[in-house]
Design a protein around this ligand. Structure first.
Ligand SMILES: N[C@H](CCC[C@H](N)C(=O)O)C(=O)O
Length: 279
């Protein structure tokens, strides 16, 4: 199964995090890592943060497969779950759909005009969930960036949202700092599967300014699972409550970590940018 050169796609974004979405419900789509990277390449391909395929599922409305811009296949993608959920609800007329992923099943529901709410399930809070290479308290792990005696970043939180996240609590969020520090931490040996690196500036108990250097995609305009991980990490440190508006470069996401179910809910925008044919 490979991808054919005449394959149609939909270009979408969730708060600016952009995707090439391929409908593989009828015809299999199985690009190699090099083909996925070429599609994502903004110079020679269509260009996107993540490549997304919607596949049939025997336990959900559909299965969503995710490739990062570097061609690596990963567990899930929060902003894409809203986009795929919206496409499925529009095509089926349903108000709620179940989307399975390598990171587990999630449920997407309508939440207003071009707004979708996703039940992301419970966060993974044990060191083995993230995963880390050694046992640590994930509320504040032993990791620092910069000189040992004067670190510029230290003691972040670590959370799994089906994919690995580390969240630094800092007001330093300029491009150079996020790119430099994020690329350092992304492949740190403490994270055997790599990691998405969040820089969370807590503005109020219910408001966080967040930038994320994404594993396999770099600095994106928004990261849905990163927004969920940031709220969980700040709430666990008592810096916020269990509800917050996350201000990303590309838009706002509303995150709720429900006390009774333990599930994290993410609400945010969906935008269709256009259609095309894979080159
Ligand atoms: N870079 C992420 C996948 C995409 C996540 C992000 N775009 C989101 O909206 O959750 C990873 O390697 O786990």
């Amino acid at each position: 199964m490979t991808h054919s050169a005449t394959r149609p796609f939909v270009r979408m974004n969730g708060a600016g995090n952009d995707f090439v979405v391929v409908n593989a419900l009828e015809t299999p789509f199985a690009p190699t890592a090099d083909q996925a990277r070429a599609i994502a390449d903004r110079d020679s391909g269509q260009g996107c943060d993540q490549l997304i395929a919607i596949e049939p599922s025997d336990r959900a409305d559909a299965f969503m497969r995710v490739w990062n811009a570097d061609g690596g296949q990963v567990e899930t993608c929060g902003n894409a779950l809203r986009c795929v959920g919206w496409l499925l609800m529009e095509s089926t007329g349903k108000d709620t759909v179940v989307i399975d992923t390598l990171g587990g099943p999630t449920t997407a529901s309508r939440a207003g005009l071009h707004q979708v709410r996703v039940d992301m399930g419970p966060p993974g809070l044990d060191w083995t969930d993230v995963p880390l290479a050694e046992e640590m308290d994930t509320r504040g792990i032993e990791l620092q960036v910069g000189p040992i005696d004067a670190p510029i970043l230290h003691t972040p939180g670590a959370v799994s949202m089906g994919n690995p996240h580390v969240v630094f609590f800092t007001d330093r969020q300029d491009d150079g700092f996020v790119r430099g520090s994020g690329s350092l931490v992304e492949h740190h040996p403490l994270f055997p599967e790599g990691v998405n690196v969040g820089f969370a500036n807590v503005l109020a108990p219910d408001r966080i300014r967040l930038r994320v250097w994404e594993r396999g995609a770099g600095l994106t305009k928004a990261c849905g699972t990163g927004a969920c991980a940031a709220l969980v990490a700040t709430a666990r440190r008592g810096l916020t409550g269990r509800h917050a508006v996350i201000e990303a470069d590309g838009g706002e996401l509303v995150i709720d970590w429900d006390e009774s179910s333990g599930h994290v809910f993410m609400t945010g925008p969906v935008e269709i940018e256009g259609t095309g044919t894979l080159r």
